[in-house]
Ligand binder design. Sequence first.
Ligand SMILES: Cc1ncc(COP(=O)(O)O)c(C=O)c1O
Length: 482
Amino acid sequence: MAAELLRYEKLAGDLEGMIAGGMLRHGDRLPSVRRLAQERRLSVSTVVQALRQLEDRGLVEARPQSGYFVRRAPAARAEPAQRSTPDAAVQVDVTQRLVRVLQAGMKPGVAPLAAALPAPALLPVAALHRLYAGVARRHPKLLEGGSHINMDEPALVRQLVRRSLAWGGPLAGDEIVITNSCTEALGLCLRAVTQPGDTVAVESPAYYLMLQLLETLGLRALEIPTDPRTGVSVEALDLATRDGRVAACLLVPNASNPLGSVMPDEKKRLLAALTAARGVAVIEDDIYGDLHFGSQRPWPIKAFDTAGNVLLCSSFSKSLSPSLRIGFVAAGRYRPALALQKTITSGGTNPVTQHVLAEYLESGAYERHLRSLRRAYERQVEGMREAATRHFPAETCITQPQGGYVLWVELPEDIDTTALHGRAVAQGLAFVPGELFSASGMYRNCLRLNCGNPHTPEIEDAVRRLGQLIGQSESRNALSRQ
Ligand SMILES: Cc1ncc(COP(=O)(O)O)c(C=O)c1O
């Protein structure tokens, strides 16, 4: 066993050396598994293990029926560091600024770098149209009833349970509530497990919609330091949850928005145990879990939850269509409280759409679609990263996301991205300023870019012009310092 371990590590190391030394270059096909096995006198499984290790390190990618290829080397650029956060929870006040920023970003002619929306061409819209027509024809009674009592379509619940096998499930069918989108799921969870005035722990930076939810529900945000690669700090959460002041955690552990971080399994396991022991509910948003760039689907915290303490939320907005407005919560022991919130909020979820989604999942088309979508998002993120590396100031730090399709950019300290935003919109450019990802006004020198669109010359030009604007603010600030 030890010798076998050394053999695959040696092969992985040799191939890595060839990539680093330029003998194998971006796009090159690696020798086939069989050939490597013959030439190196190794077993096929040892070769596959070595290749998987390179895949996990992001150095090669497997292409179905074609073999392994060298991946594009990430553009050389420093990544942002984890920042320390205020000790106290604060009231949130982002909504008004947020609405202005998102509306400005949606104006016709503005480059689509603000809201995290995928390009329509990446989505299986035609297949969904066909399914809507078919479901309406085959189930004419779906629009006749409508029920606040049996809200969830068993066919969809069944598919969600089956899919959960891929990440450490299965979920229990009777803990699931189907919702109108992930946004509704998160709001229902917060209402089910908190009271106004409570404190909720969030990542820092945190997805702005989560801050907005806390604001409108009268909840306070406690920002927890978050590592751009490995997610929220479990040590900091441990300290924060010791004295009973935190009612719930609201987290995006897989390909977080905006950092793209993925928590390693061990951190997830610790977090699940810690919060269960202290009775702190975990609301987990796994909307980007299917959109990972590594070879394995990362498990959610829910997979490590033995106490029914995690409320897993997701939707198909990022992978199928934001317009479906369909999501779910697997609510564990909070299921009754959650079902009540669902009943008084929106009763049920459109049954036609539930059937459409169930049929789509059942057909196997979703898994095929995900395989190409993940590659497209990864290419787009890398394209944007390279463009920002080319056009933004040299000291800029940029995340290396492990999934999803947003990029977090940390500019030199004295650039104020909120001030920059006004000037950018006037020139048909958009982004989301960093301060909207913090309840306490951190990240004023940061911004988030949407990479949901193919990296066309138009997008490249938008990034170039944004870089020019940043450069102008930099020289303006330098002058005012003199
Ligand atoms: C982390 C996260 N959760 C939830 C949502 C919203 O999902 P939905 O459109 O299903 O409400 C988004 C959209 O940007 C997101 O990034």
